[in-house]
Design a protein around this ligand. Structure first.
Ligand code: C2O
Ligand code: CU
Length: 549
C-alpha cells in the first residue's frame, strides 16, 4: 500500500444556512469536511492541528484500527483531547476493508459540523463485485441547528430535559428547498442518461435515523459499513447515524422532462419530539430534454413517497434483507463457536434531580440512558492509557454487569426502579475471545430504536426480532451463513438484535448508541481486549505526540 498524508487544521468558519450565519468548527474551512480517498492496504497519516478554543479529537468511524487503537479517537477512551494550539498525528493502516466510511469529531457534540467522507477504493486492478459505475458520488447527511450545538447539549444536561431538536437536515451540508430561506442551498446531482452511478451514502446526523429515497428511481444497495452485500433493489434506504450505505443508481435511458427529489427524513420511534422535516437534494439529467420552446419553463420536481415516521416494520424488514456476499472471495467469517455470551439491555432511564434544583425530566428527574442499567461516566484520563500503563485505579472498574440487573418485561411493563446506576465500568476480554452479544431495547420510557456502534471491530448481525429475546428459542434461527457484517446496527424499537465478533484487536473499544443525545446521557460502555502472547498480537506503545489530559 501507499502512505497518504493529510493535514487537517481545525478552524472556525462562518457558514450561512437558513438565512443565518454562524461560526462553526471545520477542517480546513470546509463544510462538510474534506474527503479522504485511499485504497485498501494504504497507510493514512493525518496531522490534526487544533486552532479553535474547543478541545477536540477526530475518529475514523468504522476503520478497524488493527493494533493501532491509539489512533481511534474517542475522547477519554483512547486518547485525551487535542488541546487548543496542539496537534496529533493519526497514523493507521486500512486492513481488509474497502467501501465508504466517514470521519467525525468524537467529543461532546462537535461532530455536528466536524465530519467528512472516507472513500476506500479496492486495491489497484481489483474490480468491484458489481458493474463498474460511471461516476461515484459521496452523499453525506447531516443535521443543522441555527443555535450553538455545544450550548444546546450543555443546557440539556444541566436541566435534565431533552435537547432542542435541529432546524434542518442536510445533504452534503445543504438543507435544500423544503426549508425557508434555503431554495438555493440544495445539493444537486447531475446525471447523464443511461449511466450508472455509485452513491456513497453516509448518515452523519447527530440524533436521527433517516429514510432516503429518490423519486421515480430504484436503488440497489451493494455495500453497507464498508462491506459488500448481496444486491438489494429498493425504493427506500434506512440509514442510522453511524451507518454507511453504497447504492447503485441507474439513470433512465432518456432524459425525462422532470427533476427528481433525493429526499431524506427521520425514522423516529421514541417518545421525544424530533425534527420531522424533510431535506431535499435534486437529481437532474444533462443535457435536459427540451420541454418547451420557452426556456424559462421549469421542469417539475417530483417527490418520492417515504415510509411513515415510525415504520418499525419497514425498519426490521430492511435490516433483515442485508446479507453478506459470503463468497470465496468475500467470505463471511462468522465465529462458529462462542466463548462468552452477553445480554445487554439498552435504553433510557432517569437520574435523580440534585437537591435545591428543578429538573425537566419526568417527575422532576434528569433524563439518562444506560447499558444494563449502568450510565457510563466519562473518566478524566483516557481508558487506553490507564489500561496500557496499568493505572486503572480510580479511572475504571472491571465490574460491568454482564447480565441485566433488572428483571422485567422489556417491551411491556417497566420496572419499578427507573433510576440508573453510574460508573466507568468495562468488560475485559482475553485476546481472541469469541463474543455473542444480544442487545435488547428496554423500552423503559417508551420503545425506541438505538443504533449501537462498536469501535475496533466489524460484527455479524446473526439475529433480530421484536419483543423479548428468548434464549431457548431464538438462537435456533440465527443466521451463521451470510449475516450482515457491520459496525453499527439498530437495536430494534421494542426488540432485540444478536451479534457476534471475534475480539482479535487488543485495546480499549468504545461501544455506544450513535444517537448523540443518548451517548451524552450515558448509553455507552467499553470493552478491554487484552494482548495476545505473540508480538503481533500486542498493542504497540503510544506515539510520542499522544495528547495529555
Ligand atoms: Cu461514529 Cu464512537 O463513533
Ligand atoms: Cu440510543
Amino acid at each position: 500500500g501507499t502512505t497518504r498524508h493529510y493535514k487537517f487544521n481545525i478552524v472556525m468558519q462562518n457558514v450561512t444556512r437558513l438565512c443565518q450565519t454562524k461560526s462553526i468548527l471545520t477542517v480546513n474551512g470546509q463544510f462538510p469536511g474534506p474527503r479522504i480517498v485511499a485504497r485498501e492496504g494504504d497507510r493514512l497519516v493525518i496531522k490534526v492541528v487544533n486552532k479553535v478554543k474547543y478541545n477536540t479529537t477526530l475518529h475514523w468511524h468504522g476503520i478497524r484500527q488493527l493494533r493501532s487503537g491509539w489512533a481511534d479517537g474517542p475522547a477519554y477512551i483512547t486518547q485525551c483531547p487535542i488541546q487548543t494550539g496542539q496537534s496529533y498525528v493519526y497514523n493507521f493502516t486500512i486492513t481488509g476493508q474497502r467501501g465508504t466510511l466517514f470521519w467525525h469529531a468524537h467529543i461532546s457534540w462537535l461532530r455536528a459540523t466536524l465530519y467528512g467522507p472516507i472513500v476506500i477504493l479496492p486495491k489497484e486492478h481489483v474490480p468491484y463485485p458489481f458493474p463498474q459505475p460511471f461516476k461515484e458520488v459521496p452523499i453525506i447527511f447531516g443535521e443543522w441547528w441555527k443555535a450553538d450545538t455545544e450550548k444546546i447539549i450543555s443546557q440539556a444536561l444541566q436541566s435534565g430535559g431533552p435537547p432542542n431538536i435541529s432546524d434542518a437536515f442536510t445533504i452534503n451540508g445543504l438543507p435544500g428547498p423544503s426549508y425557508n430561506c434555503s431554495a438555493k442551498d440544495a445539493f444537486k446531482l447531475k446525471v447523464k442518461p443511461g449511466k450508472l452511478y455509485l452513491l456513497r451514502m453516509i448518515n452523519a446526523a447527530l440524533n436521527d435515523e433517516l429514510f432516503v429515497s429518490i423519486a421515480n428511481h430504484t436503488l440497489t444497495v451493494v455495500e453497507t459499513d464498508a462491506v459488500y452485500v448481496k444486491p438489494i433493489k429498493t425504493n427506500v434506504v434506512l440509514i442510522t447515524p453511524g451507518q454507511t450505505t453504497n447504492v447503485l443508481l441507474k439513470a433512465k435511458s432518456k432524459a425525462p422532462t422532470a427533476t427528481f427529489a433525493i429526499a431524506a427524513r427521520p425514522y423516529a420511534t421514541g417518545p421525544a419530539t424530533f425534527d420531522n422535516t424533510t431535506t431535499i437534494g435534486i437529481l437532474e439529467y444533462e443535457p435536459p430534454s427540451p420541454v418547451s420552446k420557452n426556456k424559462n419553463k421549469k421542469f417539475p420536481l417530483l417527490k418520492p413517497a417515504l415510509p411513515k415516521l415510525n415504520d418499525t416494520n419497514f425498519a426490521m424488514k430492511f435490516s433483515k434483507k442485508i446479507r453478506s456476499l459470503a463468497t470465496a472471495k468475500f467470505p463471511a467469517n462468522v465465529p462458529e463457536k462462542v466463548d462468552r455470551r452477553f445480554f445487554f439491555t439498552v435504553g433510557l432511564g432517569l437520574n435523580p434531580c440534585p437537591k435545591n434544583q428543578t429538573c425537566q425530566g419526568p417527575n422532576n428527574t434528569k433524563l439518562a440512558a444506560s447499558v444494563n442499567n449502568v450510565s457510563f461516566v466519562q473518566p478524566n484520563v483516557a481508558l487506553l492509557q490507564a489500561h496500557f500503563f496499568k493505572k486503572s485505579k480510580g479511572v475504571y472498574t472491571t465490574d460491568f454487569p454482564v447480565n441485566p440487573p433488572l428483571k422485567f418485561n422489556y417491551t411491556g411493563t417497566p420496572p419499578k426502579k427507573l433510576m440508573v446506576n453510574s460508573g466507568t465500568k468495562v468488560v475485559v476480554l482475553p485476546f481472541k475471545t469469541s463474543v455473542e452479544l444480544v442487545m435488547q431495547d428496554t423500552s423503559i420510557i417508551g420503545a425506541e430504536s438505538h443504533p449501537l456502534h462498536l469501535h475496533g471491530f466489524n460484527f455479524f448481525v446473526i439475529g433480530q426480532g421484536f419483543g423479548n429475546f428468548n434464549p431457548n428459542k431464538d438462537p435456533a434461527n440465527f443466521n451463521l451463513v451470510d449475516p450482515a457484517e457491520r459496525n453499527t446496527v439498530g437495536v430494534p424499537s421494542g426488540g432485540w438484535v444478536a451479534i457476534r465478533f471475534l475480539a482479535d484487536n487488543p485495546g480499549v473499544w468504545f461501544m455506544h448508541c450513535h444517537l448523540e443525545v443518548h451517548t451524552s446521557w450515558g448509553l455507552k460502555m467499553a470493552w478491554i481486549v487484552m494482548d495476545g502472547k505473540r508480538p503481533k498480537q500486542k498493542l504497540p506503545p503510544p506515539p510520542s505526540d499522544l495528547p495529555k489530559c
